[in-house]
Design a protein around this ligand. Structure first.
Ligand code: ATP
Ligand code: FE2
Length: 325
């Protein structure tokens, strides 16, 4: 089965093509805000400007024609309404013009499933860390349950905001990581974990306040140490609670070597295994939509076109995981 998957929840417009478990193509085009944060309408305009070109490039990369496609899958939510609408309209018109089935899939679950496929994990605790999300998720009684999450500013967004305040370019995560390598002094920052939920806004404000009287490298180092210790603690607690022995790290922030190292040490101490999703499949992309599309279609069939409207706040634990044993 050849499935074309479309991602359009936020910054990234992506088209990926999977033939069963094989990635044939994965093309993305990212909107960069002109200043400040993301403007949903501008991002959606970006997506409609680039969609035809991204589709064309993906088909070329996969060396197939549109007519070879068996299924269209798209990110139905959660995300920014104008962006979701653009993706849904594009997906629907493709499916209708080719007269093939369509399925809408959950963005967060797509991150998990492509991660499981690529790392060959069976039943992990997933740490999904990106600009818009920070969640600790594990499968329990047929649903992906969110065991813990950041209640205010997600980790990637916090790093980006800090970087902007420090005069660094967007995206801030990689810049902070680089500077942190030259930091040595640990500056105490607010540490806030309640159960498996976390809060980063107090820490962010304090880190910004330190910009006047501490070295930037030291603040970056301390920011990473503190945030990632909180994430590691929440993941460890979820593993104990849910009885899992694998950790899967995904999302844009998964690229961070320090975070990988801290989680890996925790896993080694527990005799658990640690896995990071490869870079091109960890950030937002279309291939993960295509893969979850195949899983969903093979277990419950196609969606009716009337049921393909976007779902802005689609919760991870609203979805019945019918494809997993
Ligand atoms: P989502 O829609 O899933 O929330 P997103 O739009 O934020 O995703 P991603 O590509 O998943 O997009 O993640 C981008 C985020 O990852 C940015 O906040 C960026 O700063 C962060 N990031 C990228 N590389 C690193 C790194 N090496 N260390 C820390 N953060 C990083
Ligand atoms: Fe994402």
């Amino acid at each position: 089965m050849i499935c074309l998957g479309i991602e359009s929840t936020a910054h990234t417009f992506g088209v990926g093509i999977m033939e069963d478990t094989k990635v044939l193509a994965n093309v993305t085009d990212m909107y960069t805000p002109s200043g400040g944060g993301i403007h949903p309408r501008e991002a959606a305009e970006h997506h409609s400007d680039v969609c035809d070109k991204v589709l064309e490039d993906a088909l070329k990369e996969a060396e197939i024609k549109k007519e070879d496609l068996d299924l269209i899958s798209f990110s139905q939510g959660p995300g920014l309404p104008p962006c979701l609408r653009t993706g849904a309209v594009f997906a629907r018109s493709l499916a209708l013009s080719l007269n093939i089935p369509i399925v809408g899939v959950n963005h967060c679950i797509a991150h998990i499933e492509i991660g499981k496929l690529k790392t060959e994990t069976q039943d992990p605790v997933t740490l999904y860390v990106s600009g818009g999300n920070t969640q600790v998720i594990a499968l329990s009684s047929g649903k992906y349950r969110v065991f813990g999450e950041v209640l205010d500013t997600p980790v990637g967004n916090a790093l980006d905001k800090f970087a902007r305040e420090a005069g660094l370019e967007h995206p801030g995560g990689p810049k902070v990581e680089k500077l942190a390598k030259d930091g040595s002094k640990y500056i105490e920052l607010p540490y806030s974990v309640k159960g498996m939920d976390m809060s980063f806004s107090g820490l962010l404000t304090e880190a910004m306040r330190k910009l006047d009287d501490e070295r930037l490298e030291d603040i970056c180092h301390s920011l990473q140490e503190t945030m990632f210790a909180m994430l590691t603690e929440a993941v460890e607690r979820a593993m104990a609670h849910a009885g899992k022995e694998e950790v899967l790290l995904t999302g844009g922030v998964a690229a961070n070597k320090k975070l990988q190292e801290m989680l890996n040490i925790m896993c080694e101490e527990r005799n658990a295994s640690f896995h990071t999703v490869p870079y091109d499949l960890a950030g937002d992309n279309g291939a993960m939509m295509a893969w979850l599309g195949i899983l969903k279609y093979e277990s419950t069939g196609k969606d009716d076109v009337e049921d393909t409207s976007f779902i802005q706040n689609w919760r991870t634990d609203d979805v019945n995981v019918t494809w997993s044993k």
